[in-house]
Design a protein around this ligand. Structure first.
Ligand code: PGA
Length: 252
């Protein structure tokens, strides 16, 4: 039985004061929700703060990106070991907001998935089609291409160190979440693809849905058999709303 996982992707939001209120609110608010796991991915400058506040709690934290290199002349980049030094357990890789700007590619995400797992981080690997691709019926082709880029790099068993997330680009930040049925279909398709390669891994790997998840739609999404949780952007900026999503995961 896979445990549900709810990840807050805070993106480029927050400050020391609002982060503190959110992180402390999360510790208190999730105290009774021990049936699921919770993670907060913060901007790099706030990792120290996340570590200081969350270190004795059951909530994990992570970065939103990382370099494939451990050190060197890479101005503006952050290495896996730097994330680990600040207690990160997770790192988001391949988010569409980075793919769309050309910062992430199929090749670079595959490489960084491997680097992250070797460093001891759990990558949260994002896949998803654009609106045009969705309308052309290319969802399966695009997501499989993105997933295969990682499998090609590290082999299917290499996925076992990470988390997968299906995030249709058209649903991110638009308020138009995928229907639970659509999300379920895509996740079941992705799991089926992994199953052909390794049946046990397919049963164990957690696959999240992301894209306009909120307090209202979370429970229905989490009731789907292949949806193991959510990657939450906008709704993670409001503590009460995010806690409602955590509660839905706990009760699912
Ligand atoms: P959203 O973002 O919840 O605001 O749609 C999700 C994400 O980008 O991870």
């Amino acid at each position: 039985m896979r445990r549900k996982l709810v990840v807050a992707n805070r993106k480029m939001n927050g400050n020391l004061q609002t982060n503190k209120a959110f992180l402390e609110g999360l510790i208190t608010g999730t105290r009774g929700y021990s049936n699921a796991d919770y993670v907060v991915c913060v901007p790099h400058p706030y990792l120290f703060q996340a570590q200081a506040i969350l270190k004795d709690s059951s909530i994990a934290w992570g970065g939103q990106n990382m370099s494939r290199y451990q050190s060197g002349a890479y101005t503006g980049s952050v290495s896996p070991n730097m994330l680990i030094e600040f207690g990160c357990e997770y790192v988001i890789i391949g988010h569409s907001e980075r793919r769309q700007r050309g910062f992430d590619t199929d090749l670079s995400t595959g490489e960084r998935f491997e680097v992250a797992t070797k460093a001891g981080l759990k990558p949260i690997f994002c896949m998803g089609e654009t609106l045009a691709e969705y309308e052309e019926g290319l969802t399966d082709i695009v997501t499989i291409r993105q997933l295969n880029a990682v499998i090609h790099e590290i082999g299917v068993l290499g996925l076992s160190g990470g988390i997968l997330a299906y995030e249709p680009v058209w649903a991110i930040g638009t308020g138009k979440a995928a229907t639970p049925e659509h999300a379920q279909n895509v996740l079941s398709f992705l799991r089926g693809h992994i199953e052909i390669l390794d049946a046990e891994l397919a049963q164990n790997i957690r696959i999240l849905y992301g894209g306009s998840v909120n307090a209202t739609n979370a429970a229905k999404l989490f009731s789907m058999p292949d949806i193991d949780g959510a990657l939450v952007g906008g709704a993670s900026l409001n503590t009460d709303e995010f806690l409602a999503i955590c509660r839905a995961a706990n009760n699912a």
